[in-house]
Design a protein around this ligand. Structure first.
Ligand code: NAP
Length: 346
């Protein structure tokens, strides 16, 4: 229904899964659009089949765009991901094949930071378990010793990865009068550290000293199982672990063991190693709050992400430089073999 005004010069775009109508309308003004408006991922076979003859693809984080997929879709010029994380895209392979890839950074920072705080609060105060208890009809009235959680104010918050989202999480900690530590590959500028009141420490110190550890690193080979048994052992038995980054950043089996054995107090998770399936035993634990990957899921933010992805794709297919290009190398040098570069893109 969106493939109106078909013509030989209009590029063809596949939208792999349901996105906002407003974004589809923007794409349809410039391209012929094949939109899968079912909110279920295409199978790898369907994905490759539907990408035949398409120059653009709007992908979700549930689509894997590997070198094997790119090899079988020779018409593709741009893959526009509706997410800031792009571990589902093989950017290196795309660069070698001259295919542009884009993401949606910046528009979801506050929303994801807000949700990180939802998990910090809920996991520290046992809110979800208390809610379940109330609904079950077992609550017989107030009691001094019921549902004793742990304070957040005045404690030490440890942020792993002080990037766009990590910084917004740090900013919110000020309201809770917390000591803020952070660790990562690179130290932030001194001015930013002062503004956020955040001190750079090594990973080991952060894990040993923090009451709450929150993860904001991207998923890469270096950050896979960034938190595993050794790291969980360093943490305080009263500590809370929160993950709103990507599931494989935490060794989920090791986390289940640590939570079961009380080696850390609780956890708040938004992301999982093998989504949508949790590790065995995870859902039976009372000391973990489990969200179904909704960190950026506010109406306003998801619409911004969807529109940003559409604009990246339209730009790439109409001779402009996509605003959020992950591999600018495709516009120059030896990788330029496929993409037609206009003066504006240079
Ligand atoms: P970002 O701005 O790129 O920040 C990532 C931070 O992690 C940077 O400080 C980076 O340091 C650091 N880092 C990278 N590799 C590292 C390593 N090997 N060891 C330690 N630190 C490392 O990314 P962002 O926009 O904040 O997003 C972070 C991640 O959150 C995304 O990649 C995505 O997977 C996830 N996310 C999840 C949701 C959700 O719905 N749950 C929503 C949005 C984002 P450098 O400065 O040295 O690169």
């Amino acid at each position: 229904m969106h493939a109106q005004r078909s013509g030989p010069l209009r590029p063809k775009v596949l939208i792999t899964r349901k996105i906002f109508e407003e974004s589809i309308a923007h794409l349809a003004r410039h391209c012929d659009v094949d939109a899968n408006q079912r909110d279920v991922p295409l199978t790898p076979h369907e994905l490759i089949r539907k990408l035949q003859g398409k120059q653009g693809a709007i992908t979700l984080l549930t689509d894997t765009i590997s070198d094997a997929v790119l090899a079988r879709c020779p018409d593709l010029k741009i893959v526009s991901n509706v997410a800031v994380g792009f571990n589902n895209l093989d950017v290196k392979a795309a660069t070698e094949r001259g295919v542009m890839m884009t993401n949606t950074p910046g528009v979801l920072d506050d929303t994801t930071a807000d949700f990180t705080w939802c998990l910090i609060l809920a996991a520290s105060r046992g809110l979800v378990d208390a809610d379940r208890y109330f609904r079950s009809g077992r609550w017989k009235g107030w009691g001094l010793m019921q549902f004793l959680g742990r304070d957040i104010h005045g404690k030490t918050l440890g942020i792993c990865g002080l990037g766009r989202i990590g910084r917004r999480v740090a900013k919110r900690a000020k309201g809770f009068d917390m000591r803020v530590l952070y660790t990562g590959r690179t130290r932030a500028p001194e001015k930013l550290e002062r503004e956020l009141g955040a001190a750079f420490v090594d990973k080991r110190t952060l894990l040993k000293e923090s009451d709450i550890v929150t993860l904001h690193v991207p998923l890469t080979p270096d950050t896979t199982h960034y938190i595993s048994t050794a790291e969980l052992t360093l943490m305080k038995p009263t500590a809370v672990l929160v993950n709103t980054s990507r599931g494989p950043v935490v060794d989920e089996k090791a986390l289940v063991r640590a939570l079961r054995e009380g080696r850390i107090a609780s956890a708040g998770l938004d992301v999982y190693e093998r989504e949508p399936r949790p590790a065995s035993g995870l859902t039976r634990l009372k000391n973990v709050v489990l969200a179904p990957h909704i960190g950026s899921a506010s109406m306003e933010t998801r619409l911004r992400m969807s529109n940003m992805a559409a604009e990246n794709c339209v730009a790439g297919l109409t001779g402009r430089r996509p605003p959020n290009l992950l591999n600018p190398q495709v516009l120059k040098g030896k990788y330029k073999r496929f993409t037609k570069v206009t003066p504006e893109q240079k």
